[in-house]
Write a protein that binds this ligand. Structure first.
Ligand code: PMP
Length: 435
């Protein structure tokens, strides 16, 4: 064990401040990170690696993008926090609305957890109902009502729920298999009058990446509208990353091309990319719902650091730079990496499937078809993933340390980065076949 790990474990539970960082999904000792630039991270031992974690999503422009760092420095020099509204906050909220029409009104918060927690409270207040529908394997942060059959670190650890969540907090959460139209329709037929809302990841990306089955999000929207419930679309991870307007924008474009009226979520949650690496998240949605938030309405929500000027500066600089060209580059890199890795595995007879949603993807080893439900995901070969993780690490590629996470690319990844990753995967696959 390195001295870093010993020190970390002596003060931080598990040596970390967020569970997945402990590498419990792959084994071994994580080395702390010292710095990161562009597509590379450098650990405290001075090893440089191509990074496919991107801080779990925010670093879509690459790490320490000079314009973003300069914006943060300029904002910091003017004061770190005021506890009062700034012009920059207004502008960030306007950008979100202008690119993502269902967000008619926006409230900035600091974490995705706060955004989804507030969305649930708002749905319950607006409907006067208590029950919330969520899908197994979808992760919406760590508020009590949503820590039921969640993905992310809980899936990695093999614990579907958390200790310390009271039966009372969880009993109003109905968990259904993702993508199961019949289960959803039945749930509304049985409990429709009690369902305040349905929360769903726009594309699940916390059990690996799952492509939403065609029409599934639309069905949620239709059922919610017909039954008087609130549809909460969680785009914390996918928003402004899977595509220029998140996964909703991708489905809207398909609907328009097919001559269909696009469906619209009632509430949407954002995080990650909109903070560019600093703590900014947001709840957006229908004006009449959003105006039930305090101070206009009776639903309380607040935050000492909400809309923090330094954090907002990072988000604003990131969103301004994140134009269609940048998205097109991210899309090309993601496709060539996903296709390259999959091709290398196929050529060597390694059973696998690639889950894709816009520019997000992950590789499921041991599955021959892209999974949809958490049960299907959990049949993947996590031991093989751990071997792949460590083989790539040795060759200077940092994969997310869990088979249940997306592989995050950024605008800073180059064609050479992709080539190196694909050839390293190919070497690993050769060794697997030989073993
Ligand atoms: N929702 C989704 C879809 C997420 O991926 C995450 C974080 N990975 C959250 C909510 C919670 O966000 P945070 O970690 O900022 O609380």
């Amino acid at each position: 064990m390195s001295s870093y790990s010993e020190r970390a474990r002596a003060i931080l539970p598990g040596g970390v401040n967020s569970p997945v960082r402990a590498w419990n999904g792959v084994g071994g000792e994580p080395v702390p990170i010292a710095e990161a630039h562009g597509s590379r991270i450098v650990d405290a031992d001075g090893r440089e690696m191509i990074d496919l974690v991107a801080s779990w999503g925010p670093a879509i422009l690459g790490h320490a993008k000079p314009e973003v760092v300069a914006a943060v420095q300029a904002a910091a020099a003017k004061g770190l926090s005021f506890g009062a509204t700034t012009e920059a906050e207004v502008e960030l909220a306007e950008i979100i609305r202008d690119r993502y029409a269902p967000a008619e009104r926006v409230r900035l918060v600091s974490t995705g957890t706060e955004a989804t927690m507030t969305a649930i409270r708002l749905a319950r207040a607006a409907t006067g109902r208590t029950r919330i529908v969520k899908f197994a394997g979808c992760y919406h942060g760590h508020s009590d009502a949503l820590l039921v059959a969640a993905g992310s670190g809980l899936a990695t650890a093999g614990v579907p729920d958390s200790a310390g969540v009271t039966p009372g907090a969880a009993q109003d959460t109905l968990v259904l298999p993702y993508g199961d139209e019949a289960a959803l329709t039945d749930a509304f037929a049985e409990h429709g009058a009690e369902i305040a809302g349905v929360i769903v990841e726009a594309a699940p990306a916390n059990m690996g990446v799952i492509q939403p089955p065609a029409g599934f999000n639309r069905l949620i929207s239709t059922l919610c509208r017909n039954e008087g419930a609130v549809m909460i679309l969680d785009e914390v991870l996918t928003g402004f990353r899977a595509g220029p307007a998140g996964c909703w924008g991708i489905e809207r474009d398909h609907d328009l091309a097919a001559g269909l009226d696009p469906w619209t979520p009632d509430l949407v949650t954002f995080g990650k990319v909109i903070g560019g690496g600093l703590p900014v998240a947001a709840l957006g949605g229908r004006r009449d719902l959003m105006e039930q938030l305090a101070p206009l309405g009776p639903v309380y929500q607040a935050g000492t650091l909400s809309g923090n000027p330094v954090a907002v500066a990072a988000g604003l600089a990131t969103m301004r730079l994140l134009d269609d060209d940048v998205h097109a580059h991210v899309a090309r890199i993601a496709s060539s990496l996903a296709d390259g890795v999959s091709g290398a595995l196929t050529e060597r007879g390694i059973t696998h499937a690639v889950g894709r949603a816009g520019t997000l993807f992950s590789v499921f080893l041991g599955l021959d078809e892209a999974p949809v439900t958490f049960d299907e995901v959990s049949r993947q070969d996590t031991a093989a993933f751990a071997r792949l993780f460590h083989a790539l690490r040795r060759e200077g590629v940092a994969l997310p340390p869990s088979a249940y996470e997306a592989w995050f690319v950024s605008a800073a990844h180059s064609v050479n980065d992709v080539r190196h990753i694909v050839s390293t995967v190919a070497h690993w696959a050769d060794a697997e076949v030989a073993a």
